[in-house]
Structure formats: structure tokens, C-alpha cells
Design a protein around this ligand. Sequence first.
Ligand code: HEM
Length: 487
Amino acid sequence: MAFLASLSERAISRPSTSVILYYVLGFLLLVHAIRRVRGWYRLRHIPGPALAGWTSLWLTRRYLKGTFCQDVPALVDRYGPVVRVAPDKIVCTDITTMYRISGVRSDYKKSEWYTISRVSRDGDHILSLIDPELRKERKKYIMPAYTGRGVDDFEEGIDRALASWIDLIERKYISTPGKNAPMNFEEKAHFYSLDAVGEIAYSESFECVKQDKDTKGVLGINDATIPILMAVGNYVALWRILRMWPFYLLFPNDGDECGFGAIVGQAKKLVAKRLQPDAKPKRDMLQSFIAHGLRGEPLSQEVGIQFFAGSDSIASALYTTLLLLLTHPSVYTRLQTELDTANKTSPPATDGSPPPTIIHDSQARSLPYLQAVIREGLRLFPPLTAAPAFKEVPARGDDVCGFPLPGGTLVATANAILQGCREKGFWGEDGDCFRPERWLEADDSETYMQMLMQKKRDTVCSSLPSNNPGSQHNTIRDPRTLGAQLS
Ligand code: HEM
């Protein structure tokens, strides 16, 4: 009897390992469930698909399928301009709000989502830097180059890249009777943009166009990794772990043979060459970064990011505008006529050489229809708007289109650009159509843009449907009390 009593006492005082495990698991599940409910509760007033309020899987699935961008208009039709797409994330397609959030004086900051744009193991560049103070500091070094001060070799470099493309077409892609030689324009636009950014960045080219191949293997790697990065961006905690040892060894590195690691590697070699005391200074972006005091890893990172940020944007602007031209023969013909006339009337070269195949930038800027076509192409397919570009609501909270948002909520800003660029309330009933003439309806494109901006100022939150639950809060609340109301 005494033996049994002592056994049961021991069982009570020392629970078995499996019981402890069940308790720990039960506790963790409880904490997880409480966090889920709290997460859902914070934004319960924002309309959106029910599942998206509870889990990021809803959004992740769309990124992996690559359809999120196309899904947004249907979501907006159903739920209004503010839609909850994950427990802590919303999409807002109101263009006025986007201007306010992205404006210079905005206290919204880049969210941690932007760190997925790190293109190599070490260091940050201006796109992945999210700390406002560090961004301010870095901008001091790089902004002169981005505003074009002291960087006037652009045109020569761009002309070299263009001449190389014309040469490639003449060598390989002219169809003749009996020989069909189609050219994949999208691929060549990417080759051209990588070469052109190389010229802008450091006056050298990767020779993708000349060799007619992706010499640094960037495009294949991009296609494979970008959807995954977009999906991982929804899980900041996981992303933080992936940036630690040993996982970070999977990141691109400057010793790589292909991908962005190879680009950063090449950038480092060029930087080292340019920093030699006897190096001949150039008038490109690298020289401007150096002249303004940028050195070491940040210098290589800023050179590397130009390829990540600059090449896809240029390529997509080129191939989407060409697609629009090919599918609108009347626009194509009018543009061709303007270019032919400009070619005939361009002043002869002073040294008697034949007129250049590539017109000067100054002449291109003076051709109104060409300028209107460029603006209209960028309007219908604004580059870099497939990624959500999440900005973080400041700690005080905010009111977006009548919906109060607690501090820390992530707002996707890029979808507003895409949606706003076609918004019928702003552009008119033909907002979805390719009609460059709209840019010529005022005296010139600049005047038209100013006219539109005035119209926009007059129509705040115009796209908010009257039956939207948010419309009852349509006045901006006192920002000092918003945080307290919502947290
Ligand atoms: C058609 C041409 C281009 C378009 C439409 C375009 C558009 C954009 C947009 C929308 C962003 C903002 C992304 C965000 O913050 O979420 C951006 C950022 C950026 N772009 Fe471009 N871009 C173009 C060309 C270029 C080129 C040629 C370069 C470099 C040579 C470049 C370098 C950058 C950099 C470094 C950033 C990050 C800025 C920051 O975080 O403050 N872009 N671009």
C-alpha cells in the first residue's frame, strides 16, 4: 500500500515527457490562435475575401500563380477601393490616397517587404533600405546622379546600345523570300535594357544584344525566383530566418557565374578599376556616386541595383508600347509619318557625313506625337506595378478612404498606380483605350498633365462607391486619436 502511494505521488509530482510536450504544444496552439484572432480583429472592418482575413495563404497562392495584379480589378468591383488581402495587408486603389502615402512629406515608411529586393548576400541598396534615416543618408550620395547632375554621357551610351540592336536585326532578323526570321521582341528588349543600363551605370555593356544571349544569366534566374520572393515577402518572420546563416548562403554572391551575384561581382571589379588613382574619370552614374563620396559595399550595391530596378522597367515599357502600336494601326501610321518627316527635315551633319540612323534626344523630345505615344504606353502598362510595394501605416494610425487603419497595417501602393492609370472617373470613358491623342488635347503633354492633376485635386476619393461601408466615415479623423481607437 505504502509502495503504491509513493508511486502515485511520484506520477503527480513528475509528469511524463509526453505530457509536458502536450502542455507545451497546447500552449503554443493557444498563443497562435489568440494571435490569429487579434490579427483578424484589428482589420475586421475592412471588406475582402473571408479567408484573407485569417491567413496570408490566400495572397501567397495568387502570387505563386502570378495572377494577383489581374485579380485586383475584380476585387475592387466587388469590395470597393479598399480591400483586405491578408490579415495585416490591404490593397487601396484610390489614386489620391496613393499620392498622399507616397508623397515626400508622408510619414508612411517602406515596410520590411522591401527587403526582398536585396540582390546579394551583403549590404543594402536604396530599394531595400527601409530605415528612413539611413535612406536619407544614402540619398545624399546617389540623388545627384539620378537627377542627372554631372551625368551627361547618357545619350552616347544609349545610342551605342541602340546601334548594337539595329546591327543585330540586320545580321539575324531580316526575313527574306524563303527565309522567315522572326525576332522575340520581349527577349531582345530585355537584352537591350541590360546593355543600356550598363551604359548608363558605368559606360560599359554586357553585350547581351551583340552576342544575342543573356550573357549574365539574369533573365532565367529572375523568372524563376521573383514569384517565390513575392510569396516569401508575405512571411516576414520566415524571411528574417532566411537572411541568417546558413540559409543566407543561398543568396546571390559576387563570386557567382550568373544572376545578380555576377552583376554585383562585375560592378565590384569596375568600381575597383575606377578608384585607381590613374583612372580616367567618366561622366556616368558610377562616377557621380564616387564624386559624392560613396565607397565600399554601398557603392557596389548602388551600382548593382540599377540593373534590378532599371532593366525590367525599360524592357516592359518598350514591349508593351510596341504591342499597343502593332494592335492600333492608325496610331502606328501616324507615328511613322511623324518620324519619317522628322528624318527628312533633320538638319544635315556639319561635317558632311550621312544623317544619323538614331535621332538626337533633343529632336525626339520635340516630336509631339512620339511623346504622346510614350506617355500613353506608360499609362496603360506602367512598369514595376506587378509587385505590391507595401508601405507601413505610421504608429498614429490613418484614415484611408474612410476606413480607419491601425499603425503597422501594410498598404499595397503599386496596385493604385495600375488601377488609377485607367480610372474612368479620371481619364474619361475611354480610360482603358490606347489613344495617344488625349495627350495632345491641351497645348502640350505637360499642360494636359497639369490639367489632369487639377481635376484630381477636385475629386478626392472619387472611386468610393456610395454603398461602401467605409463611406459613413468619410471625414478624416483626428490622427492623434486614431491609434488609440484601433489598437
Ligand atoms: C521606364 C523606366 C522606369 C520606370 C517606369 C521606373 C519606375 C520605378 C518605380 C515605380 C519605382 C518605385 C518602386 C517602389 O518604391 O515601390 C522605382 C524605383 C527605383 N528605380 Fe525606377 N523606373 C524606371 C527606370 C529606372 C532606371 C533606368 C533605373 C536605374 C538606372 C531605376 C532605378 C530605380 C531605383 C534605384 C529605385 C529605388 C528608389 C528608392 O527606393 O527610393 N529606374 N522605379
